[in-house]
Design a protein around this ligand. Structure first.
Ligand code: PEP
Ligand code: MG
Length: 893
């Protein structure tokens, strides 16, 4: 028995989307629900795949089954395909599992030829109409099925339109349309060397093959690549009885959403045209009317249409995007599908539908993509203004979308000027080859940041994300010339003071300014409600990475339940502290060093007190200093140049001595691979007094605020442990200081000591490491770097993105956690750590902590929390809830 390749609408349902495609499944569903759907049938996606397997041949049995289904349609309509007296016309449409708008082919009016045309004209009493339908068939068939350049047809049509007074399609007379058909057919023959097929069955057979063929057409392939849709799904073909909206003023065509797709408002939203076919509504031949006008023009149809929209929404329990046609007073539904919507609409609709009792809270949570939440938190460009900028050729380049949001301002190339002009109230975009801690004061005042080099975990990216400031990083297309204070891109020159706009959500950089739309989280009541539901179901805690009281307060407002990473070195970089830090590093004797450390202590203590107060009642993980110490000193190259210059000019002997001393220290600290050098706990171990000072500052701060009545939970985190002995040594130091401080203060605080897991060795020996750790926190930035052997500061600008483009890697592993490598290490680590301490607290504080797929993985392996930059907290809350709804928590695999 041959396989079943063809399904009548009555044999299908919405659950057969994989086999019948989205359109076919929904047409079947509507037909079976008793809605007015023109009779038809669907050839399956399996037939499409078999078609390609057989070398572009319809699989055996397809044609016979098609003819049989056509017979049934003839019975249902009372018309006959190819019958000159009462002809049946059909459309042949593509329809994949998911909608691929405009990417594949459709042929209308199949079945028309000079004979059927006459019969139809008599039946309808409208000759012009059928000639117009015929010319559309020849045009679509010629261009879509046979690949004749569609412009050739359009040029012919334009010539005739010019001969009319109005100049529009609708002004063409019957005779003119007759001539157009004659010319189209001649064009067809000239281009293809054969006559246009007037046999209706031949038309249908070729149209089916063309729709299948369009699955591998370039637009469809490109679209699938962009949307990560499988090339193996295939498209179905829907053959549907033609109905005509252009049969007079009691006819029309329209498209509508059951709710407003941009705001989510519960009101039908759409447009229609009377006396027009579906494509006319979108083609802009006449200005369409809003759907509400139909109430006046065709009240009966309007009433029925509203009822159907209601029914569809209730049936599908989601917003529908529908197409309809009214043929001489009779309403026909031609399509329904889930309506695409903006982030704002997605949230409003999800929350409204729960209130209306249409869906559950759990379903609502699955209706919003975590990344959509992003759009609520940052200013964004007005979509229309952005489209216009593109049309005007102002898109300059694309870099990494390092930190979302939109910013417009004048280009400034150095941090000091950015600070100065920013403070003076000007909107500034700081443009740098890359940023480093010396640029922070300028970054603070900038509306946005653009860097030529650097990746998703580059300094610019991490800092900007932390502040929710738009940033495009690694935009290699711009060539910055700092001396000339300009950058060149695409043959254009952008000078300091020129306006540009950066879209950190997409990575685009524009010349000129583009209007933005502001966001305010607190006022987004629906989002706040939805995230409240997310909190009810998620298993993962959502903490934040924050280094100062302002970030902490913002993160709390976004719903953070703790601080997972406070990077103390950021406190060392601040202007007034830096000279003391430099002195501490350059100290020759222990006493000298201690003197500097004593000066730093009150600053640190004050910072911690602020953070503890803002996080009253919640845990705060403070990481001891991490980066290589030379980062606090001037760059070596700069010093070498400066010393050489001072030696040559002899102009300032005192400064020369000072710079030489500094260079000596820098030289002594110089490392080929500083990221693998004296940093993390190694620095704590090698620099006497440093760990003690930081611990003292933390515990003193904790005791002080506890005395004020703050509920404080400090957790001290030791970075970059590779061997348990490092942790043991540091822990002993910490415990001693903590004990001393608490004795001095006469108060006990509950504190923990733990470590970051950033080195594969620590993950693999986690059972041993756990003996000295109360908690683990995955630093997946370093763990990814160390697992791949890829330098995170260099790779994204150099080869990593190319790797992703060439599909050598599925994603940038610094953005999306690599489950197969880094993830396996994490899993081993969690399991081994918890064999030693079953209740070991384990979290993540690398940049992955706010990325939805990585959050999902953290749920699966049973972490206690994820920690991310403040602006990602709401995203992580939703992602964690979705993970909880989809996967068992802490699954043993
Ligand atoms: C990490 O390595 O993931 C981490 C959070 O530490 P940093 O990025 O500061 O090295
Ligand atoms: Mg790290």
């Amino acid at each position: 028995m041959t396989k079943k390749w063809v399904y009548l609408f009555k044999e299908g349902s919405k659950d057969m989307r994989d086999l019948l495609g989205g359109k076919g499944a929904n047409l079947a569903e509507m037909a079976n629900a008793g809605l007015p759907v023109p009779p038809g049938f669907t050839i399956t996606t399996e037939a499409c795949n078999a078609y390609f397997e057989a070398g572009e041949q319809l699989p055996e049995g397809t044609w016979e089954q098609t003819l049989r289904a056509l017979k049934t349609v003839e019975e249902q309509t009372g018309k006959k395909f190819g019958d000159p007296k009462n002809p049946l016309l059909v459309s042949v449409r593509s329809g994949a599992r998911v909608s691929m708008p405009g990417m594949m082919d459709t042929v209308l009016n199949v079945g028309l030829n000079p004979e059927t045309l006459q019969g139809l004209a008599e039946l309808m009493g409208n000759e012009r109409f059928v000639w117009d339908a015929y010319r559309r068939l020849v045009q679509m068939f010629g261009s879509i099925v046979k690949g004749v350049d569609r412009h050739e047809f359009e040029a012919t049509l334009d010539e005739y339109k010019k001969k009319t007074d109005g100049g529009k399609d609708t002004d063409l007379t019957t005779n003119m349309l007759r001539d157009v058909v004659r010319d189209f057919k001649a064009l067809y023959k000239k281009e293809l060397g054969e006559d246009f097929p007037d046999d209706p069955y031949e038309q249908m057979r070729q149209a089916i093959a063309a729709v299948f063929g369009s699955w591998f057409g370039k637009p469809a392939v490109d679209y699938r690549n962009a949307e990560c849709i499988s090339h193996n799904w295939g498209t179905a073909v829907n053959i549907v009885t033609m109905v005509f909206g252009n049969m007079g003023w009691d006819s029309g065509s329209g498209v509508a959403f059951t709710r407003n797709p941009s705001t989510g408002e519960k009101k039908i939203y759409g447009e229609y045209l009377l006396n027009a076919q579906g494509e006319d509504v979108v083609a802009g031949i006449r200005t369409p009317h809003t759907i509400a006008d139909l109430k006046e023009e065709l009240p009966e149809n309007y009433k029925q249409f509203l009822e159907i929209c209601d029914l569809l929404e209730n049936h599908y329990r989601d917003v529908q995007d529908v197409e309809f046609t009214i043929e001489q007073g009779k309403l026909w539904m031609l399509q329904t599908r889930t309506g695409k919507r903006t982030a704002a609409a997605a949230v409003k609709i999800a929350v409204d539908m729960v209130r209306e009792g249409l869906i559950t809270k759990e379903e609502a949570l699955m209706r919003v993509a975590p990344d959509q939440v992003n759009q609520f938190l940052h200013p964004r460009f007005d979509p229309e203004a952005k489209t216009k900028a593109k049309e005007e050729g102002n898109l300059l380049a694309e870099g990494l979308n390092a930190s979302p949001g939109a910013a417009t301002g004048i280009v400034i190339f150095d941090a000091d000027t950015a600070e100065e002009r920013g403070e003076a109230g000007e909107a500034v975009i700081l443009v740098r080859p890359e940023t480093n801690p010396d640029d922070v004061h300028g970054m603070v005042q900038a509306q946005g940041i653009l860097t030529q080099h650097g990746g998703m975990t580059s300094h610019a990216a991490v800092v900007a994300r932390g502040w929710g400031k738009p940033c495009v990083a690694g935009c290699e297309a711009i060539k910055i010339n700092l001396d000339a204070r300009k950058f060149d891109v695409k043959g254009r020159e952008i000078k300091e003071g020129d306006f540009i706009s950066v879209d950190g959500t997409t990575g685009e950089v524009f010349a000129g300014s583009i209007a933005t739309i502001e966001a305010s989280f607190e006022e987004e009541h629906d989002l706040v409600t939805l995230l409240g539901w997310a909190d009810e179901v998620r298993k993962l805690g959502v903490w934040t990475n924050a280094d100062n009281p302002e970030d902490t307060a913002r993160a709390r407002a976004f719903g953070a339940e703790g601080i997972g990473l406070c990077r103390t070195e950021h406190m060392f970089f601040e202007e007034e502290r830096r000279p003391t830090v430099v002195k501490m590093i350059m100290a020759v004797t222990d006493e000298e060093r201690q003197e500097s450390l004593d000066k730093l202590l009150p600053f640190q203590r004050e910072d911690f007190e602020g953070i503890f107060r803002a996080m009253d009642g919640y845990p705060v993980i403070i990481r001891l200093i991490d980066p290589p110490m030379h980062e606090f000193l001037p760059p070596r190259e700069e010093l070498i140049e400066e010393v050489a210059r001072l030696r040559c000019t002899g102009e300032n002997p005192e400064e020369l001595v000072e710079k030489e001393e500094m260079l000596q220290v820098v030289n002594s600290m110089w490392e080929t691979n500083p990221m693998m050098g004296v940093r993390g706990c190694r620095a704590g171990i090698m620099y006497k007094g440093l760990t003690e000072m930081q611990t003292r500052a933390i515990i003193e701060a904790a005791c002080n605020v506890a005395q004020e009545g703050v509920d404080v939970h400090p957790e001290i985190m030791i970075p970059l442990t590779a061997d348990v002995n490092e942790l043991r040594i540091e822990r002993e130091k910490l415990e001693k200081v903590a004990k001393d401080v608490m004795a001095e203060k006469g108060i006990e605080v509950d504190y923990k000591i733990g470590t970051m897991i950033e080195i594969p060795r620590a993950a693999i020996t986690a059972d041993k490491v756990a003996e000295y750790a109360d908690f683990f926190s995955f630093g997946t930035n370093d763990l990814t770097q160390m697992t791949y052997g890829i330098s995170r500061d260099d790779a994204e600008g150099k080869f990593l993105l190319d790797y992703v483009d060439r599909k050598i890697l599925p994603h940038n592993p610094f953005e999306v956690l690599d489950r197969d490598g880094v993830g396996v290490l994490m899993k081993i680590c969690v399991e081994k750590g918890r064999t030693t301490k079953p209740n070991l607290e384990v979290g993540i504080c690398g940049e992955h902590g706010g990325e939805p797929s990585s959050v999902e993985f953290c749920h699966i392996i049973g972490l206690n929390y994820v920690s991310c930059s403040p602006f990602r907290v709401p995203i992580a809350r939703l992602a964690a809830a979705q993970a909880a709804l989809q996967h068992e928590y802490g699954r043993k695999q």
